[in-house]
Design a protein around this ligand. Structure first.
Ligand SMILES: Cc1ncc(COP(=O)(O)O)c(C=O)c1O
Length: 423
């Protein structure tokens, strides 16, 4: 062993590796519709102009020294003000800490609460929990979800595992599925956690819940995001909610995130983040704080951003439904939130002959389907297995963050032709 055990077992993200391979092919001149990334093309989805200008102003005003460890007061207030006014809550600024995006905050939640050998529960498919769990040396309990429940974990599915756990890591809207908790299910989950902590009493480490909510402001149509603290106030004692500007404001490269939660937990997280130095840059903090507090500016941005994302997701969904109606072996869940569509493409050997587009072929496994679609249809999408799911070999994540509306008919025509070839 040449490196630490942690380094030996930590792999680079396979998701980023897929995107890098596609980009390399694009640079060679190939036309590929890259629907794999959880990111945005800034030429299509720029950050709000007011945010850009405020960042530049802050650099010109030389706000370039270290920021306060837990984040600048104006950003902690700005983040609290947005969450409070949009979710009907009353977080104080000192119940918010800041870091350079959601990732260091999620890592700090794991590091602050979970010891090696502790148990972490998370649903699959979900984003990155297996890596965070491995990094802290915890025991993972991956709870499989079902298409019927939109791939969200139910209170019943989580219940048997709570007794031995330290952390339940949840995400809504969920990456990779673009789906939400129903209010009823979220309340039931929170009540179970509260009941488990009552059972443990004050001597034992409580069961904590991480809610990764970075996509919460991107909901569509009648789909509603329920903030856990709004539907179950008591959960605030053990709930850490992670959020940021990365997705709602298409600002993945700007690196500003925040967490709300119990003050004592936040203090520990802040110490860990401080030692890593994962603060958000000070000019970005100043700009984001002012922007988030500006209700009309946030409202205008979100209205147009949601509309553009929803139009793309709806068009893809309609395309999949049309193919399904014509007997092809595909399906999709109606868009609810985030930048993702859950799509089913059942063309592996094991799905053979059930429907059109699943004739005899050599497609063994979801990675073969992924490769086939890439080579034959020039479409890049990601199988749910890359998000830890074992049971959903024919479901994939389709992202619209780098997709222009005009290219959707071409993508769907390519998909149909590739399916037809297998018939
Ligand atoms: C659910 C979820 N949480 C967090 C992140 C990372 O957020 P950030 O870029 O703010 O670190 C992502 C990115 O894809 C995500 O999907």
């Amino acid at each position: 062993m040449k490196f630490s055990r942690l380094a030996e077992q930590t792999e680079a993200s396979p998701i980023l590796a897929v995107a890098a391979a596609i980009n390399a092919r694009k640079q060679q001149g190939e036309t590929i519709y890259n629907l794999t990334v959880g990111d945005f093309d800034p030429a299509i989805f720029p950050i709000p102009q007011a945010l850009t200008e405020a960042i530049i102003r802050a650099y010109r005003a030389r706000h370039t020294n270290y920021p306060a460890a837990a984040g600048l007061p104006q950003l902690r207030e700005g983040a609290a003000s947005m969450v409070n006014r949009m979710c009907g809550l009353d977080y104080q600024a000192d119940e918010v800490i800041v870091a350079s995006g959601c990732r260091p905050l999620v890592y700090a939640v794991y590091r602050s609460l979970v010891d090696a050998g502790d148990t972490v529960i998370y649903p699959v498919p979900s984003w990155n929990n297996e890596n965070y769990t491995a990094m802290v040396g915890a025991r993972a309990v991956a709870v499989e979800t079902t298409a019927a429940n939109h791939f969200m974990p139910t209170a019943e599915a989580l219940a048997p595992h709570l007794k031995d756990a330290t952390l339940v890591a949840l995400c809504a809207p969920q990456n990779p599925t673009g789906t939400l908790f129903s209010k009823q299910n979220l309340v039931a989950i929170c009540e179970q956690v509260i009941a488990e902590n009552r059972r443990r009493g004050r001597q034992q480490k409580p069961l904590y819940v991480l809610f990764d909510q970075v996509y919460w402001a991107l909901t569509f149509g009648t789909a509603t995001f329920h903030h856990p603290a709004a539907v179950c106030p008591q959960i605030r004692e053990v709930a850490i909610c992670v959020d940021g500007i990365s997705k709602a404001f298409a600002a993945t490269g700007v690196r500003v995130g925040w967490a709300t939660g119990p003050r004592a937990v936040l203090q520990k997280m802040s110490s860990i983040i401080g030692h890593i130095g994962a603060w958000a840059p000070k000019p970005e903090q100043i700009a984001a704080g002012a922007f988030l507090a500006d209700r009309p500016a946030v409202g205008r941005h979100l209205a147009q951003f949601r509309e553009q994302l929803q139009a793309r997701l709806n068009e893809f969904h309609a395309g999949f439904m049309a193919l399904k109606g014509n007997g092809y072996a595909v399906d999709a869940i109606a868009p609810q939130a985030a930048i993702y569509l859950s799509v089913r493409i059942a063309i592996q050997n094991r799905d053979r002959n059930r429907t059109r587009g699943a004739g005899a072929n050599q497609l063994d496994g979801e990675h073969a389907v992924q490769e086939y679609l890439l080579n034959e249809a020039k479409i890049g999408i990601l199988p749910f297995s890359l998000f830890g799911a074992k049971n959903h070999h024919d479901w994939f994540r389709l992202s619209v963050g780098t997709c222009s509306q005009e290219e959707i008919p071409d993508v769907m025509a390519n998909l149909q032709a590739a399916l037809e070839k297998l018939s």
